[in-house]
Design a protein around this ligand. Structure first.
Ligand SMILES: [Cu+2]
Length: 112
């Protein structure tokens, strides 16, 4: 019985791990940090269901600009002040989220 439980737990953990970078449906939250010129995540891919709410939380130690391509959302990041960008993914396609000062691609949103 204990072994079965351990096996089920391991399977659940595996599934959670496999799904951590993409979301099949529902809201998507991306937590972004910019520290010493390094952006995290970097080049992450997210599957987003059309109509879902996307929230991008950004904290940075330097001034920057975050740009969501396609949706044409561009916001200034003030060092030490968390920035929250929220929008509804109502257009399908592939959209990059970038920082413009460091010029890094944070993530690509695949909306379908
Ligand atoms: Cu851009």
């Amino acid at each position: 019985m204990r072994r079965l439980l351990a096996c089920v737990m391991a399977t659940l953990l595996l599934l959670a791990g496999a799904c951590s970078s993409t979301t099949a449906s529902g809201p998507v939250t991306i937590n972004v940090t910019i520290v010493s010129g390094k952006v995290s995540p970097s080049g992450a891919k997210y599957d987003v269901s059309k109509g879902s709410t996307v929230t991008i939380n950004v904290t940075s130690d330097s001034a920057d600009t975050v740009h969501v391509h396609g949706y044409e959302i561009e916001k200034d990041v003030v060092p030490g002040t968390p920035l929250v960008i929220t929008f509804t993914a109502d257009q399908t396609g592939s959209f990059e989220v970038e920082t413009h000062v460091i010029e890094a691609t944070i993530a690509t949103l695949n909306v379908r």
